[in-house]
Design a protein. Structure first.
Length: 283
């Protein structure tokens, strides 16, 4: 990739990249002028140093591990939407918005790979996926995911809701690097918008009249999607206690209101246990 295009790509996800790279914003925005001042062979080293200062203040194995974990999830989501688009399962009425989500997911992949590389790490390669959740058999419980739009949206909702919880669960590990944390939470916010939009589509298309743009759990399993096969993705969403305070008791609100007020995090191990051996094919 052209070195200058790397900044352009990252800016699409992190608009403040110029400030992060150098407090003298103009110097970075005019980086193309380096061509006449710096030998071409030195350009990768100069750019690498800038990225390390911006994103590597607390570069650790743990941070790279989280970023590669996030990259794996983004690979899955990007693959899912790319395949959905290619399959023709998405109706014309929804194609523009699904295309926007698809574009976002592909940008997230590019962004994370660039940040991992800039920190001196190696981006993981994309695993093999089975969108039917059949662990490479292609005949899993969601076998019509690319032919039935109802199934496609149900799987999309599970992926998006799980992604939001996964980023929240990983955030504490990134606290030592504020810049990386901010970038990760920016992606988290985009995933939350995707989740709300997919949920609204399911509601408006009549797939589930009770679905809301956010998780409203009143069941012991936490799953409000109406799809029992993904109960595990919503484990913990029935929680009504925050900071040691039972919201139902303390505020006199309903269980639905209490659960809708907070998204519960998922750890890396929890997320991978849900995906590996089903959507993510085991080696």
């Amino acid at each position: 990739m052209n070195l200058f295009n790397i900044i352009d790509e990252i800016e699409k996800v992190d608009p403040e990249i110029h400030e992060r790279l150098n407090p003298r914003r103009a110097a970075i925005k005019n980086i193309t002028s380096f061509g006449s001042k710096v030998a071409l062979a030195a350009m990768p080293f100069a750019l690498g140093t800038m990225f390390k200062k911006a994103y590597g203040a607390a570069s650790t194995t743990d941070i790279l591990g989280v970023l590669n974990y996030a990259l794996t999830l983004e690979y899955l989501e990007a693959y899912f939407y790319n395949q959905g688009t290619a399959s023709g399962v998405i109706p014309a009425a929804n194609s523009a918005y699904i295309a926007e989500i698809t574009d976002d997911e592909n940008k997230h992949v590019t962004f994370l790979k660039n940040v991992i590389t800039s920190l001196g790490g190696t981006p993981v390669t994309s695993p093999t996926f089975d969108l039917t959740a059949g662990n490479n058999k292609g005949n899993g419980p969601f076998k019509d995911v690319l032919t039935n739009y109802t199934t496609f949206l149900a799987v999309a909702q599970a992926f998006e809701d799980t992604g939001v919880r996964a980023y929240k669960g990983a955030a504490p590990i990134l606290l030592g690097n504020q810049v990386v944390l901010t970038a990760a939470l920016s992606i988290h916010a985009v995933e939350a918008r995707h989740a709300s939009a997919i949920r609204l589509l399911r509601h408006d298309l009549g797939h589930d009249a009770n679905i809301r743009p956010w998780i409203v759990s009143t069941s012991a399993k936490g799953n409000d999607t109406g799809v029992a096969l993904i109960d595990g993705n919503y484990a913990g969403e029935e929680n009504v206690t925050q900071g040691g305070v039972n919201l139902v008791t303390a505020l006199g609100v309903s269980t639905g209101v209490a659960t809708a007020s907070f998204d519960e995090p998922l750890t890396k191990d929890q997320v991978l246990a849900l995906l590996v051996g089903s959507f993510i094919v085991t080696p």
